[in-house]
Write a protein that binds this ligand. Structure first.
Ligand code: 13P
Length: 287
């Protein structure tokens, strides 16, 4: 059964580790992430962007697929199904479809608007036991057409949003989605510390997990980050493994064209990436 992300993130914050949010795109992605979490006895959050939700036919299809897998793969570790960077309408649609966790990303609105819209979702989520992530200070880079500049959040604005009663908070600290450019300045731990001092015990979320050096990940966790989002890195691993298979001509040998064979190396590559991240985040054995 899907669970809210609240309990797993509070435990992570107290235990000084982070739970990974891995974005899903299809059956192979979902199965690879769930099986790895089960093998490593780690809690996990499946992230679904609005674009990925559409790609998979819609939120109900996603909920049906994930619930079916939890049962038929015998998954017993805590799993949350989470809308990533949701709009207000998207958040409502996912709550109705049966998601157990929602991100409402109001970071591109003026702070008063962000507060108003986040407030409108707090009660509904509370009553239904759905966890709610809010965002202040947009995360840079491009994700599903949403482009942000990689700002550092204003700690007072973070407090204003945290005080509304959200479950977890994503604050921009110079992080960006996708690959980091050569001249990236790194995470702003100064901002992270200032945010942490204002919001107290609220679990913080680090977006743009792909390509952040290990020492920065560990420092971020020590400063209150309890959820780390990874998307691009699984895509790169899947693409590289699939390319290798095709370039080696394996799709032209025997029944190598069978999708269950063709997609297997990419599937294994996602599993390896997720394992590496769970070990780095410290969530192994924490289910
Ligand atoms: P990356 O694609 O950079 O790993 O970021 C993922 C993310 O933050 C999803 O919200």
């Amino acid at each position: 059964m899907l669970v809210s992300a609240k309990e797993m993130l509070n435990k992570a914050r107290e235990g000084k580790y982070a739970v990974g949010q891995f974005n899903i795109n299809n059956l192979e992605w979902t199965k690879a992430i769930l099986l790895t979490a089960q093998e490593l006895q780690s809690p996990v959050i499946l992230g679904v962007s609005e674009g990925a939700g559409k790609y998979m036919c819609g939120y109900k299809t996603v909920v049906g697929m994930v619930n079916g897998m939890l049962e038929e793969l015998g998954i017993t570790v805590p799993v949350a199904l989470h809308l990533d960077h949701g709009s207000f309408e998207g958040a409502k649609a996912c709550i109705n479809a049966g998601f157990s966790s929602i991100m409402f990303d109001g970071s591109h609105y003026p702070i008063e608007e962000n507060i108003k819209m986040t407030t409108a979702l707090v009660n509904t989520c509370d009553v239904l036991g759905v966890s709610l992530e809010a965002e202040v200070g947009s995360i840079g880079g491009e994700e599903d057409g949403v482009v942000g500049a990689g700002e550092c959040a204003d700690p007072d604005e973070c407090k204003a949003i945290a005080d509304l009663g959200v479950t977890m908070l994503a604050a921009g600290i110079g992080n960006i989605h996708g690959k980091y450019p050569e001249n990236w300045a790194g995470l702003s731990f100064e901002t992270l510390e200032a945010v942490k001092n204002k919001v107290g015990d609220m679990p913080l979320v680090l977006h743009g997990g792909t390509g952040i050096p290990e020492d920065m990940i560990k420092k971020a966790i020590s400063l209150g980050v309890a959820k780390i989002n990874v998307n691009t890195e699984c895509q790169l691993a899947f693409a590289a493994a699939t390319r290798e298979y095709v370039e080696a001509g394996k799709d032209q040998q025997g029944k190598g064209f069978d999708p269950r064979k063709l997609l297997a190396p990419g599937f294994e590559a996602i599993k390896a990436t997720v394992k590496e991240k769970m070990e780095l985040f410290g969530s192994v054995g924490k289910a």
